[in-house]
Ligand binder design. Structure first.
Ligand code: SF4
Length: 192
């Protein structure tokens, strides 16, 4: 028996729905030999989005050292695909906003005034990791250059704007736990 199928209807996956075409069962086709076409039923159900942990300042939260945010330009596109779990490790570590800028130096986190902030950064990174894991995240989108979230390059500890290869405290912790990390300047793998 030769049967051709006609597909009807359309559902836009971009609206947050997944699509599946129900294959007609052979058994269910018995008695339909006289028909030249079978209508294939489309149905849609809410798509389960993948959770992803994101630096909160990229989502518009004004949690940077100077009280600003850095809204991620493709946040809307990102939100269509993922459940965004915003965290700010520095705030979670108990640091105030605004606060003095800090940079990594010889494995420690130092403020511009020379205070050692490492313990607060470690505490906040741990708490942020717990939130990410409780939310089922395995991936991250992190703000560039930060002593917490930076992934790839960070400031060199001289507060002179010089960048060197490195990772922030939170980024290193996520990496050690097997997270797939994207920096905010290289989000292609998340959006492609
Ligand atoms: S710690 Fe991370 S999330 Fe918080 S302000 Fe810095 S870069 Fe943004």
């Amino acid at each position: 028996m030769n049967i051709s199928c006609t597909i009807i209807g359309n559902v836009c996956a971009g609206d947050g729905y997944a699509i599946q075409v129900e294959e007609p069962y052979r058994k269910g086709l018995q008695g339909l030999e006289g028909f030249s076409h079978i209508l294939v039923v489309w149905y849609a159900w809410p798509m389960k989005k993948i959770p992803i942990v994101v630096s909160a300042c990229l989502l518009g939260r004004q949690c940077r050292y100077d009280g600003s945010s850095v809204p991620f330009p493709q946040a809307v596109m990102l939100e269509e695909r993922y459940t965004l779990i915003g965290v700010c490790p520095e705030v979670l570590g108990g640091l105030q906003t605004p606060r003095s800028p800090s940079e990594l130096l010889d494995g420690r986190v130092m403020s511009r005034e020379g205070d050692d902030c490492t313990e607060a950064f470690l505490r906040g990174a741990q708490r942020a990791l717990e939130i990410a894991e409780e939310s089922g995240c395995k991936r991250a989108l992190l703000m560039d250059r930060s002593p917490s979230c930076g992934y790839g390059v960070v400031y060199d500890g001289t507060f002179s704007g010089i960048l060197i290869p490195g990772k922030g405290i939170f980024a290193s912790l996520l990496e050690s736990k097997g997270f797939m990390i994207n920096s905010s300047s290289h989000p292609e793998a998340l959006l492609g």
